[in-house]
Design a protein around this ligand. Sequence first.
Ligand SMILES: [Zn+2]
Length: 199
Amino acid sequence: MARSAIQFQRGLSLAEFQRLYGTEEQCQAALEKARWPDGFRCPRCGGHEHGVVHGRRLKRYQCRSCGHQATLTAGTIMQATKLPLTTWFQAFYLIGQAKTGISSLELSRHLGVKYDTAWLLHNKILRAMSEREDAYVLRGKIQMDDAYLGGERTGGKVGRGSENKIPIVAAVSLNEAGHPIHAKITPVIGLRDLGGLQP
Ligand SMILES: [Zn+2]
C-alpha cells in the first residue's frame, strides 16, 4: 500500500490549523486526499469505481468491481480508532510543531484525553514518523559508515573494542552534486549488524 502522509505547512498557526482541520469532515477530506490523491483506489483490486456506505462513524468506500469495503483509516496508524479524527490531527499538529518535543502528559492536557490515550497516540505517531525517516534515508544515493560515539573515559580499550563506546551507523543521502542532504545516525548492537556493508 502506498504510504500516505498528512503534512502541515511549516509554521502553521494554531488558528489557521483550526480553520483548516477543525471539523471531522475537514479531517476526512484531508485524509482522503492524502490516501488517494487521484481518487479512490481499491486496496484489493485497484479499481476506481466505488460507492459510499455511511457507517456509524467513518464512511466506507465500497469497490464496485470486487465489493471490498475500505475505510479511510484502514491500514493507517488510526485504524480502528475510537477517537475523532480531529483529535488525531491535533496530535499530529502538536507533535509536528513542537521544536523540542512534547511529553505525553502535555499532549493529554492539550487534547483533553486520558494520559494512557495520549501516551498511545504519542508512541504510534513517533513510530510512524521514524519509519518515514527510515524510508526517506533509504532513497537516493547513500553513503554509510560505522563510527563510535562516546568512549572518552580513560583507562578503557581504544577503538572498536572499547567498552565505553556505542557503535553507530551514520547514513547520509546525497543529491546529484554529491552534497549531503539528509543524515541519519542509528546505534547498532554490534558491528556484525552491518553485514555486507563493511568494506
Ligand atoms: Zn476492488
